[in-house]
Design a protein. Sequence first.
Length: 267
Amino acid sequence: MDIMLSDFFQRALAGGILIGITAPLIGIFLVLRRLSMIGDTLAHVTIAGVALGFLIEVYPLGAGLVFAVLASFAIEKLRKAYKSYAELSIAIIMSGGVALASLFFTLGMGYNTDVMSYLFGSIYTLDTQDLYVVGAVTLVVVVVISLFFKEFFLLSFEEDAASVNGLPVRMLNMLITILTALVISTAIKIVGALLVSALLTIPVAISLLIARSFKSSVVLSVVISEIAVIIGLVIAGIWNLAPGATIVLLLIALLILTMAGKKGLSI
């Protein structure tokens, strides 16, 4: 239990709590717009940026963040070009991200171990600089969603209606995608690129089963995310388990229990 008093665990807990707020806040709009897979796409692109950061010796998380934001612009451009096949944009950018990551891996064989920590998460290695970045992203996400909550709500359910009502649909779409890029690029060091989509979608999936309104689903998804992050980190710390994997498996367990409970009540 002494691990919970250590500095590295407290930094991990702070970073996890911050991501536990932002991931479901963005995730609920992605799920409603059927863009859940954008998380995996931007995560792969972020890994390419992180690999380049190690290669040219700049702050890896910062390089990954830049790559993710640039990819978000590319996704929106491709979505406009292929309006009837919007999922193509996700597939194309994901392919490019994987290709770039593979290339940078080949060019910098010596740092492969460091990059692997971003693939599977290394929340215990968060430093003060990482926390500042995560904190800044959290502040931006919370402020922007608070300002444009109604607009994002309408856009998620009926984009055509939002356009008819005079909303700047193109700008709002870009804003959501950029916020998603920011959240994913900071979350990969906490849960890892391979698991980051789970933090975006599973709390939302649970809340949609039990919430009675959109606002309550937003609040519930954040609460569920925080419960999983805090309990998952404590369990992982005590029993020396992988933190990211523990958090995700705990979320899946909560989803199964919720579905079972809902089915039992309906019977």
